[in-house]
Design a protein around this ligand. Structure first.
Ligand code: 6PG
Length: 478
């Protein structure tokens, strides 16, 4: 009997190629397919020594080379290209076979595809894969959704190639249908928020502290040894240390200051708006990227010479220590919001996602991997229905201990005209959460005045409306 593959990968650009190599390096026979066969041949020529590959020129050959239940990993651009690949392969598959979308698909697309393929007796698994090209090869964090029963046949293979922490794979069945891609999307939203906060910390150290990029690289290197230790802090030190070969200038000074975005952070905010979850940290990071890319309005502002204070005055404390505190507290807020969004979606869609398990599989392999995810895991292991991470003792102590410094940093940023929407919005969120009374009462009054939208009272149940135009403005039951 001709040799059969345990898993197949179609779409052999760098991510797909590296996933295929990773499976092969772990002793699995891997079927290969790509729209152009040349790329398939190249992979085998260059990496055939790493394991057993079964290159297929056609979709039919590819499917025929897979053992049952067939496991087909799709690694193509999210969107129509994914639908095209599904349309090409689904007719060739049989009951119980599975298609695994390892791209950054939108979770709503995954839910649609999973339902459609389930009707044909096929499994569809939307799997978030985080860690970029290096992660795909050496061990990503993998967030597979889809039917629980397909995880029995698929999970062991994914766990083999996933990053490990103390021997534990950074891969777990997240939940049904779109749950995996939803969690990956929120991972990316948190990634955006984390990156924005780091950028604001850099900006303050540069413009208020007068530190050079090389000096700030050393500061981040030191922070990476402590509670802020994470992949993003680590690479920030590397990026800031970099000198541009062509000019001899600091790399960060020759890069155009317009941040781009493929869209997953934007999706996170859109989903949060629909779920009613205030992910202000993620939202501010998406808008900060948009502002940085707003060429016309920034040029107009420059031409008009929008007035404001210049930076560089003395900070009212130890700037480096204060910024570290502000960064850690704001990061905790961003992660608390992200996990609240995962819990809200899990409730909305009936996914039964275990937030502690998500923190656990994010401890390695993914872009937001960080030491403090251990504390998030512990918090949810202690109390899975925790309303917000901010009330877990570890995080409560960390944020309350940071808040004087945090407030000094937000004041300095405002006084010296340095945009710090991440730090400031996180502080506003924290103060909003702990406020005994919010000015939302006035908003309810305004809404009732102009739109008769009714309001509730603090002293008795029910909904009420005031007859604002009537004599004496009587209140009536709504
Ligand atoms: C990951 C990354 C990756 C993501 C890009 C997007 O988890 O490996 O998040 O999936 O696609 O980094 O970057 P932008 O959205 O910033 O373009």
């Amino acid at each position: 009997m001709s040799q059969k593959a345990q898993i197949g990968v179609t779409g052999l650009a760098v991510m797909g190629r590296n996933l295929a190599r990773n499976f092969a390096r772990h002793g699995h026979t891997v079927a290969l397919h790509n729209r152009s066969y040349g790329r398939t041949k190249e992979l085998v020529e260059e990496f055939g020594h790493e394991g057993t590959f079964l290159p297929a020129e056609t979709a039919e050959q590819f499917v025929a080379s897979l053992e049952r239940p067939r496991r087909v990993v799709i690694m193509v651009k999210a969107g129509p290209a994914t639908d095209a690949v599904i349309d090409e392969f689904a007719p060739l598959l049989e009951e119980g076979d599975m298609l695994i979308d390892a791209g950054n698909a939108h979770y709503a697309d995954t839910r649609r595809r999973e339902a459609a393929l389930k009707a044909k007796g096929l499994h569809f698994v939307g799997a978030g894969v985080s860690g970029g090209e290096e992660g795909a090869l050496h061990g990503p964090s993998i967030m597979p959704g889809g039917p629980k029963e397909s995880y029995e046949a698929l999970g062991p293979l994914l766990e083999d190639i996933a990053a490990k922490v103390d021997g534990e794979p950074c891969c777990v069945h997240v939940g049904p249908d779109g749950a995996g891609h939803f969690v990956k999307m929120v991972h990316n939203g948190i990634e955006y928020a984390d990156m924005q906060l780091i950028a604001e910390a850099y900006d303050l150290l540069r413009r208020v502290g007068g530190h050079s990029p090389a000096e700030i690289a050393e500061i981040f290197k030191g922070w990476n040894e402590g509670r802020l230790g994470s992949y993003l802090i680590e690479i920030t030190a590397e990026v800031l240390k970099q000198v541009d070969a062509a000019t001899g200038k600091a790399f960060v000074d020759v890069v155009a200051d317009a941040a781009e975005q493929k869209g997953t952070g934007r999706w996170t905010v859109q989903a949060a708006l629909d779920l009613g979850v205030p992910v202000s940290g993620i939202a501010e990071s998406v808008f900060a990227r948009a502002l940085s890319g707003g060429k016309d309005e920034r040029a107009a502002a420059a031409e008009a010479g929008l007035p404001g204070p210049s930076a560089g005055a003395e900070h009212s404390g130890d700037l480096v220590a204060d910024v570290e505190q502000a960064l850690f507290a704001s990061k905790i807020v961003a992660y608390a919001q992200g996990f609240q969004q995962i819990q809200a979606a899990s409730k909305e869609y009936g996914w039964d996602i275990d937030p502690g398990a998500m923190a656990k599989i994010w401890r390695a392999g993914c872009i937001i991997r960080a030491k403090f995810l251990d504390f998030i895991k512990q918090a949810y292991d202690k109390k899975p229905d925790l309303a917000t991470l901010l009330v877990d003792q570890y995080f409560l102590d960390a944020v309350s201990g940071a808040q004087d410094a945090w407030r000094r940093v937000v004041v300095t940023a405002a006084q010296q005209g340095i945009p710090a929407p991440g730090f400031a919005s996180a502080l506003a969120y924290y103060d909003g959460l702990r406020a005994e009374r919010l000015p939302a009462a006035l908003i309810q009054g305004q809404r009732d005045f102009f739109g008769a939208h009714t309001y509730q009272r603090v002293d008795k149940p029910g909904s009420f409306h005031t007859l604002w135009a009537a004599e004496g403005r009587p209140e009536v039951d709504a």
